[in-house]
Write a protein that binds this ligand. Sequence first.
Ligand code: GLU
Length: 289
Amino acid sequence: MGILAGRFAPSPTGPLHMGSLLAATASYLDARARGGQWLLRIDDIDTYRCIPGATEQILQTLEAHGLWWDGSVQYQSENLAEYQAALDLLAQRNDIFYCNCSRRSLAAKGAYPGKCRGNQQPLEDAAIRIRVAAAIVEFTDLLQGQQIERLAESVGDFIIRRRDGLIAYQLATAIDDGNPRISHVVRGSDLLGNTARQLYLMQQLNLATPVYAHIPTLNGADGRKLSKQNHAPAVADDQALENLLTAFGYLGLHPPTQSPHWDITSLLDWGCEHWSLEQLQGQTSVCVD
Ligand code: GLU
């Protein structure tokens, strides 16, 4: 058997809320249940969205919940040279082009219409898109089943470096998750729609591809995913045991309530022993009230 590892990759845009703690717990239990490592990556390239102090707060919350990661924390902001090398490689192969289409001109157009495909030379104030061949991306999500996406029809040539010069989420994530150290990506189902693009980039860059499991997101009473934008409250570090029990419940894990007297360590150990993807099959969201 090869190396096994899962990862949790929060963006430091605020403290963890219950939805993000759920993703952390699920990926932790999944990795540990497989006897694998659990890696932590901070997705901090989008400097406009990063909030000072959020990384420290996230690390503290994970520690308070006994979710200890292996090795040192990876920061996407420290991996820019690797992203640039991938851009250079794609440029050498004429697989990218510069695009200055305004967002408005593309609105409601569906897949990118290919207008700037001829712009091989660097342009000021332009995004970089990858040319998407008429390929079908196919993968089997451990929870959401078989996925087939005709990328050229669904999104078309997509952005891998933003107009403001920042590396796009799709490229950074594809490169980092394409590290052969990562065998399993367990994350919220809201990210399922990005996976085909990330797999496509991994294939274009000859990277390893992980197995995916997209777990249910937590939705508020209004049906919207809990997020920082809709003011989901931060999880309280001094209620770690209760928070973990709540997360377990959403993951279909129901530890016996009487004895033993749970503490964080014994609860997480119990979770690893009883971890199964079975009860989450096909579920994309859970409503919290
Ligand atoms: N950093 C992304 C987020 O917090 C998640 C990335 C991922 O799991 O692929 O939404």
